[in-house]
Write a protein that binds this ligand. Structure first.
Ligand code: 2AM
Length: 177
């Protein structure tokens, strides 16, 4: 990474069975730039390039946030597209609205803001990015995946790697104390 920084984001990783199911589902769709299944996640806050010296402060605040939340259940919903469904560039899988997820994202972003840590302040929209489309197109080309329940148990700080893919740097189990 240029300048020795790290491209960082906080996210909920998906459990292996859901990643595998989505991998099988990807194979039933058209040939697009699918996200690698091992890195599928729900982004909670995107920090961008940060120096390694920021890690201890991020560690402390994420650890405090994780102790304010118990693990919770999520369920996948329908497909959607950014910037819109008719000419999608990003294909994503939505989630059934979850107050627990909204609360975790809000508390994490609140803790980042309170600590003066920069992050992308675009409003939180819970989604799992499944593919990037070179040719923006309608979503009708993609089969609807089955709604699948899963558990959110870990808050993870990921590094987005220059060569592609994401590396988990730190994991904090959600554990309300
Ligand atoms: P996504 O949440 O739509 O998948 C790493 O780049 C992750 O952070 C991806 O999951 C990415 O998009 C998310 N992200 C959120 N805001 C971003 C931004 N401003 N730039 C790049 N990635 C961002």
């Amino acid at each position: 990474m240029e300048g020795g920084g790290l491209r960082l984001f906080f996210a909920l990783p998906l459990p292996a069975p859901l990643r595998e199911a989505l991998g099988h589902w990807q194979q039933t769709g058209p040939p697009v730039r699918w996200s690698r299944t091992e890195g599928l996640h729900v982004t909670l806050a995107f920090l961008g390039d940060r120096p390694a010296e920021a890690l201890p402060a991020l560690d402390a605040l994420a650890s405090a946030v994780a102790t304010r939340h118990a693990p919770f259940a999520l369920c996948t919903a329908g497909l959607g597209g950014f910037p819109g469904n008719r000419r999608a560039r990003i294909l994503w899988l939505g989630l059934v609205p979850s107050p627990a997820l909204e609360s975790l994202a809000r508390n994490l972003r609140g803790a980042l803001a309170a600590a003066g840590e920069p992050f992308d302040a675009k409003p939180f929209r819970a989604h799992i990015t499944l593919a990037r489309l070179r040719q923006p197109g309608p979503l009708a080309a993609f089969p609807e995946p089955l709604p699948t329940p899963f558990a959110a148990g870990d808050l993870v700080l990921f590094e987005s790697l220059a060569q592609g893919g994401y590396a988990p740097l730190r994991t904090w189990p959600l554990r309300r104390v």
